[in-house]
Design a protein around this ligand. Sequence first.
Ligand code: FES
Ligand code: CO
Length: 324
Amino acid sequence: MVQDTVLKNDWIVACRSTDLQDQPKQIVIMGERIVLFRNDEGVHAFKDLCIHRGAALSLGCVRDGKLVCPYHGWEYESTGACVKIPQLPEDQAIPGKARALSYGCTERYGFIWVNLGNNQPEMFPLPEFGEPGFRNVIWGPQSVHAKPPRVVENFLDVGHLAVVHEGYLGVAEHREIGDYRVHRTETSIYSDEIAVFQPDPDGSGQAKHVYYTYEILRPLSVKFTKRDRETGHLMSILLTVAPTEEGKTVAYGVLSFNYETGTTDEEIVEFQNMIFAQDKPIVENQKPEDLPLDLQMELSLKCDRVSIAYRQYLQELGVTLGTA
Ligand code: FES
Ligand code: CO
């Protein structure tokens, strides 16, 4: 798989916090098999490979806070150091080379994140998460047969709402998008509020304009906030995606609401799954599979300013995975 040093040095979503309990768990990121485990010290990620005979550590278990290899029972502590080799007579020291390769691992916003570069970069802010007055609903995983930047760009695309999601996120009579700008600060790239006419933006049955602000936080983490100017209702969705195997992406999200939706978490997730299922065939069949960074390759409109900004951002950072 393509080695992308920018993405390798960023936090990539691995799974939901709730997916990692007492048992170790295997995940694949950028073609790399990784084992995650949890103990009293927190969450940890190692290359899913025992240095003794190459067994997958994820088939083992966590005992007294150590990750135990399923094959010969070697025990690894949080740092990756092997602290017990059952076959070794007691008077013999554990070889210094007996280590698992450990990666950066952290738990934030309802997810476990890994960092293959092990440089512990700062996590992007998500003020809605844990903020009083906001309800957060975790969404995903959803697998897509497409490269990550195509999935992210679809999420940043305001023009498709009244077409692909007609009747849900837009209406056929209001497809035009007003002019807007994209702004840039040290830490984020965001759009002006963009008016979108929706048949029922908040479940009250009232069709009206709502205002979308798109934000690019990281190459694989983006957000929009939908604001109802009359009621002050805010709804935001963070989308974060993981490149797993070549040509495959797994998507997760955090949906945040500052108002009573009248729906359960399950219903919110189900609606989001339905919307995502509408996007999936589009994204899985876009050509080229790599997002073209050469803006001349496709024909953009003014309303595509967010996706143009996204492409420029990827280009500046030097993201190679899924771009061309
Ligand atoms: Fe892991 Fe032997 S392969 S202990
Ligand atoms: Co869509």
